[in-house]
Design a protein around this ligand. Structure first.
Ligand code: G6Q
Length: 546
């Protein structure tokens, strides 16, 4: 990869895009579609079983050409090659970024520091599969010999959002004799509610932590151990009711979990990119090893597409470039993700971390402050619910909110008219957003003049639509990989390190400092600013007055 070049805003493609944006800024999707009746088919693409319609974007062919030029001028191809060959592209932590190795076939070879990592990936997958089968078949029992009926995943951030999202997304394929719960928050309510009604003798905890030092996860894991041992009354029970997923064997055994019950992953897997590593153990127990492998095949199919397709026919590249177009050239500050599938309910929350933790950065790889916008705020809720809540703002508010609509052609729960109505709503929303409703149309329908401005829809609101044939493990894998690579593309073009997260560190350090100050034995006057001191004092007073 070439050394840092000119700052992004000095690239001729960047300048040309800025000029182009002012030229076509007012161009309406109505005219783009009128001028090109084939636009709907032309601006669409299929990859790894997913269909992307990107016709309802405020772009012309020239916009796309310039965006592709920007990708080329940003050395995107070299960045992609560097990731796939295991180069240490996480520059602030000097680590390779190799989530793609997690789904590479057994025959592949990917080297980090001269060592092929693929055999290790498959060895862990095989151990996970053997364990998952034992739990599913009842061969792995609890301490008292009872079958495991509940699996509780303890983890936070990347060690929670991925498995929680995927377990819900693939619930249709899940063993319904097993219940899956997720505990992430250090708020004791999370643990209390997740374990309410569960029998410790039938409960398996999967403690997921890359570092095994995370305060929330270790606090919850200790509480889980106490909860378990209060009922089972023998330390030996821990071995039957706790397994760990981590890179840190020393801390796992210090906690008291036998490392024979630990599933490994590696420092070249970022937390938010780890759902297809051993962090997905709860998911594998839920859906079984062969369906988990189908999911990996979906990831791999999208990886291969990303690695080999030309940029103008490359789905993650196009999604990344379109996002950059809106964020950096048309002033969008947020991006909505709207799954029209109840099983994908947690997908927006998952993407929030993937996109915002990866690309919510304001210095470039060399540590220089950037002079352009990076990641937008990602948000969303499933359709159709959002239509009856926040869609008003997208249709008639003052902000530009590009949207990704995600839907499935076939329902996993075909009930009467439900699926057709769901999908009709998805299609209708993208249509209403793009084309709006003109004042002249309203007047022609006899709407009184005073109401016309209120009932006019300006349109020209852009959206992508991603269609899955059916929500299968394979399709979910392809969908997650699509967004992983979109994030990668944007990070490369913004010239930022998408793979560190220093922004979460400061709060952790301050919380560790404040925790002992909340006790009544602490020094009477806490040593902080007046606001923080007053909050701590008020909390202490309330606590001592109880
Ligand atoms: C993800 C982040 C972060 C991480 C959590 C949990 O990319 O690094 O969300 O996953 O802080 O960390 P541990 O897995 O180390 O407990």
């Amino acid at each position: 990869m070439k050394a840092q070049r000119a700052r992004r805003t000095e690239l001729s493609a960047w300048r040309a895009l800025a000029e182009h944006a002012s030229e076509i800024g007012g161009l309406h999707l109505r005219s783009l579609f009128t001028e090109d009746p084939e636009r709907g088919e032309r601006l669409s693409l299929e990859a790894a079983g997913l269909y992307l319609d990107y016709a309802k974007n405020r772009i012309t062919d020239r916009t796309l050409r310039l965006l592709v030029q920007l990708a080329e001028a940003s050395d995107l191809r070299a960045h992609i090659d560097a990731m796939f060959r295991g180069a240490k592209i996480n520059v602030t932590e000097q680590r390779a970024v190799l989530h793609v190795a997690l789904r590479a076939p057994r025959s592949a070879s990917i080297r980090v520091d001269g060592r092929d990592v693929v055999p290790g990936v498959h060895a862990v997958l095989d151990r996970m599969a053997a364990f998952a089968e034992r739990v599913r078949s009842g061969d792995w029992t609890g301490y008292t010999g009872r079958h495991i009926r509940n699996v509780v995943n303890i983890g936070i951030g990347g060690s929670d959002l991925g498995p929680a999202m995927a377990c819900e997304a693939l619930a249709h394929y899940s063993d319904r004799d097993l219940a899956f719960r997720f505990v992430s928050n250090v708020d004791g309510t999370d643990f209390a509610e997740a374990t309410r009604g569960l029998d410790p003798a039938e409960t398996l905890f999967v403690v997921c932590s890359k570092t095994f030092t995370t305060l929330e996860t270790l606090t919850n894991a200790r509480t889980a151990r106490t909860w378990c041992l209060a009922a089972l009354e023998d330390d030996a029970a821990v071995a039957k009711h706790f397994v760990a997923v981590s890179t840190n064997a020393a801390e796992v055994s210090r906690f008291g979990i036998d490392t024979a019950n630990m599933f490994e992953f590696w420092d070249w897997v970022g937390g938010r990119f780890s759902v297809d590593s051993a962090i997905g153990l709860a998911l594998m127990i839920a859906i079984g090893p062969s369906r988990f492998r189908e999911m990996l095949a979906g990831f791999y199919a999208m990886d291969e597409h990303f690695r080999s397709a030309p940029f103008e026919r490359n789905m993650p590249v196009l999604l990344g470039l379109l996002g950059i177009w809106y964020t950096d050239f048309l002033g969008a500050r947020t991006h909505a993700v709207l799954p029209y599938d109840q099983y994908l309910r947690r997908f927006p929350a998952y993407l929030q971390q993937l996109e915002m933790e990866s690309n919510g950065k304001s210095v470039d790889r060399a540590g220089q402050r950037v002079d352009y916008a990076t990641a937008p705020v990602v948000w969303g809720q499933p359709g159709t619910n959002g239509q009856h809540a926040f869609f008003q703002l997208i249709h008639q508010g003052t902000q530009l909110v590009p949207c990704d609509f995600i839907g499935c052609c076939e329902s996993l729960n075909p009930l009467g008219p439900h699926h057709d109505l769901l999908m009709a709503n998805l299609f209708a929303q993208t249509q209403a957003l793009a084309f709006g409703r003109l004042a002249s149309e309203l007047r022609a329908e006899g709407v009184p003049d005073t109401q016309v401005p209120h009932r006019t829809f300006p349109g020209n609101h852009p959206s992508n639509t991603i269609l899955l044939p059916r929500l299968t493990p394979e399709a979910l894998g392809a969908l997650v990989a699509l967004y992983e690579h979109k994030v990668f593309v944007q990070g490369a073009i913004w010239n930022i390190n998408s793979f560190d997260q220093w922004g979460v560190e400061l709060g952790k350090i301050l919380a560790q400092r404040i925790a002992p100050e909340l006790s009544s034995e602490a020094a009477p006057e806490p040593p902080h600013d007046s606001s923080t001191n007053a909050l701590i004092q008020r909390f202490r007073r309330h606590r001592s007055g109880r």
